[in-house]
Design a protein. Structure first.
Length: 645
């Protein structure tokens, strides 16, 4: 179905150096044949996925603990996936509007999403590994604490064992006491043996004294018997003498008497002598008996003393033996205690050694775990630094991104030394600042118009700039179909197109602001730049009808200004088409501003600016580049920022 067209045209002529004609055309699409998705919506997947990636990255940075980080990051990623799914639904609806470059951009974003997922998975694994390392470090620390406790217990046991082993002194005392008791027993035994020997000697002496006493007694008795006998003899001799004296009278003669008396006296003398001898012998025997008795008494006394000493020695020996037995028992007890103490000491030392080893192992494990934890923490810190650096870069990139086309110009400005390119970039920057050409439109400063837009709706928005490139490419495709050359672009005309687009969208018509452009097309409501171009180009059908009516019209097909001069009444119906196919154009640009006026299917406001000469009156040469090169530059710049963000 043919689109209903309401066309308005304004034409003015400005003489500056060469005569330059400014041709303006505006076209509006109040209705659309079929529902179409806003081109911005077709880019929604890019934006949403960028936002999801940014959220995932920010979530990673803001989490206070590894677990919370993973949880928050997963939540952010889930939301991102949900947003992406919603965006994909919109993408499906608008798939017919996507160019190959858009498809490539979507693929890149999907790859970034996958990279983000992979990074999150790696982070999750590293966080889990860190938790394991922390658990191991905690276990090692607990083991070290337990080992320290075990070591203290072992040390206490060792101290106790050593204290018990200190009874070595007690044992030594007991042992010394036992030895003293053994010495006492030995001494007692010696004393006993000596006493026993003394008893034996005394017994022998007693025996000998007894024998001597017996011998003396026997001798005494014999002497006594001899004395008795001598006495008897004396008595008998005396009796005989008396008898002889008595009988003297009886003797006849004195001689006979004398003989008898002499004989009797001799017997008496002999008897006296014998008595005397017996008496002396008796006295000697008596003395011997007395001595023997005394010796016997002495021997008995000595025996008694020896027996007393023996008894004493026996008692002492018994006491010494008892003391020795007790000492031996005490020594045995002390030995047992010592052996047990030594065993305890040995066991305590073994336990202490084991505890020390366990403690040392725990310390090493703790040190290893600490080192592993440190390495893991270092890795996390390193990754956190990377994340922080990435966040700084992302923040910088975000700030750079929000600078829009100005940021792009500043970026490429820093990468070139070509003076013509630098001059063109500087002019473009001045134009975006509203300081080139007329600074007012309809009595209002250009900067005031530009300030009305946020970073999303302005033509300087990078996504809007990218969205416009497809229309520039399509414009050249249509020119080629017409047998015309393709047009280049330059940064100055792009900047001018953006300013004109924002101002035109604000005032609702052509802004009458021209610096490097000679012609302008405005289009409202098309979802994509190629559709906007098709809408503008559709006036070809009207132009062809004019040719059918008047073949001479064909001579003006590729010269918009000449047609305007020849057929001013018809120009308003075909001016957009003629601006697109004007063979005098050398460069052009296309821009998108978004104004929420809700009059059309979309709020898109498209602008095309065409320039006829690259050589300016001040001698400056505009630096032109192909649409493909410009697209590659801008797309790479945006991709780098999006990847960083």
């Amino acid at each position: 179905m043919k689109k209903q067209i309401i066309a308005g045209i304004t034409a003015t002529m400005t003489v500056a150096g060469n005569a330059v004609t400014l041709v303006h055309a505006e076209e509006t699409t109040p209705t659309v044949d079929t529902p179409v998705q806003d081109y911005v919506d077709t880019r929604l997947e890019d934006i949403v996925q960028q936002d999801a990636f940014k959220k995932a990255t920010q979530a990673d940075q803001e989490q206070q603990t590894a677990t919370q980080k993973v949880t928050d990051s997963t939540s952010a990623l889930d939301k991102a996936k949900k947003d992406v799914l919603e965006a994909k639904d919109k993408q499906t609806q608008a798939s017919s509007a996507l160019t190959a470059e858009d498809q490539k951009a979507v693929t890149n974003i999907k790859q970034k999403e996958q990279d983000a997922q992979d990074a999150l998975n790696d982070y999750t694994k590293q966080s889990a590994a860190l938790e394991v390392l922390k658990a191991e470090a905690k276990s090692a620390e607990d083991a070290a604490i337990q080992a320290e406790s075990n070591k203290k217990s072992a040390q206490d046991a060792l101290d106790k064992a050593q204290k018990a082993a200190a009874s070595n002194e007690e044992f030594a005392k007991a042992q010394a006491g036992a030895k003293a008791k053994e010495t006492a027993v030995t001494n007692a035994q010696t004393a006993y043996d000596q006493a026993n020997d003394a008893v034996k000697k005394a017994s022998t002496t007693l025996d000998e004294a007894t024998k001597s006493q017996k011998t003396a007694t026997d001798d005494y008795n014999k002497a006594k018997d001899a004395y008795t006998q001598a006495e008897d003899k004396l008595i008998r001799a005396n009796k005989a003498l008396k008898d002889a004296q008595d009988k003297a009278a009886q003797y006849a003669s004195k001689d006979a008497l004398q003989d008898a008396v002499s004989k009797a006296q001799t017997d008496v003398d002999k008897a006296n002598a014998d008595q005397k001898t017996a008496e002396n012998n008796l006295a000697a025997k008596k003395d011997a008996q007395t001595k023997a008795n005394k010796a016997l008494d002495d021997a008995n006394a000595a025996l008694t003393d020896a027996q007393t000493a023996l008894t004493t020695a026996q008692n002492q020996e018994k006491e010494a033996k008892t003391a020795l037995e007790n000492a031996k028992k005490e020594q045995t007890v002390a030995q047992t205690a010592l052996d047990n103490a030594n065993k305890d000491k040995t066991a305590a030392e073994a336990q202490l050694n084991q505890a020390q080893k366990t403690y040392d192992d725990a310390l090493k494990a703790n040190a290893d775990a600490s080192e592993a934890n440190k390495q893991a923490q270092d890795l996390i810190d390193e990754q956190q630094k990377i994340v922080d650096d990435l966040k700084v870069k992302a923040d910088n990139a975000q700030a750079q991104y929000e600078k829009g086309f100005k940021g792009f110009l500043e970026d490429i400005k820093g990468k070139t030394t070509d003076q013509s390119m630098l001059d063109t970039i500087n002019r473009a920057l001045e134009m975006l600042a509203g300081t080139v050409g007329s600074t007012t439109v309809n009595g209002k400063e250009i900067t005031e118009y530009l300030a009305q837009y946020d970073s999303t709706h302005t033509a300087q928005n990078l996504e809007n700039a990218l969205a416009s490139i497809a229309g520039m490419e399509h414009t050249n495709e249509l020119r080629v179909k017409e047998g015309l050359s393709t047009l280049n672009t330059n940064y100055a005309i792009i900047a001018e197109s953006m300013v004109k687009s924002d101002v035109a969208a604000a005032i609702g018509t052509h802004p009458d602001y021209d610096v490097y452009s000679n012609a302008e097309n405005l289009e409202k409501g098309s979802p994509t730049s190629p559709k906007a171009v098709d809408h503008l180009y559709s006036e070809k059908e009207i132009f062809d009808q004019l040719v059918e009516k008047d073949s001479e019209v064909e001579n003006y097909r590729y010269d918009a200004y000449a047609f305007f001069k020849k057929y001013p009444k018809d120009f308003s119906n075909v001016g957009h088409y003629l601006n697109i196919v004007n063979k005098k154009s050398k460069y052009f640009a296309m821009s998108l501003s978004i104004v929420e006026d809700y009059k059309y299917t979309t709020n898109n406001k498209w602008e095309q600016a065409f320039g006829y000469s690259t050589q300016l009156s001040n001698g400056m040469e505009l630096y032109n580049i192909s649409i493909a090169d410009y697209k590659q530059q801008l797309q790479s710049y945006v991709n780098d920022l999006e990847f960083t963000i």
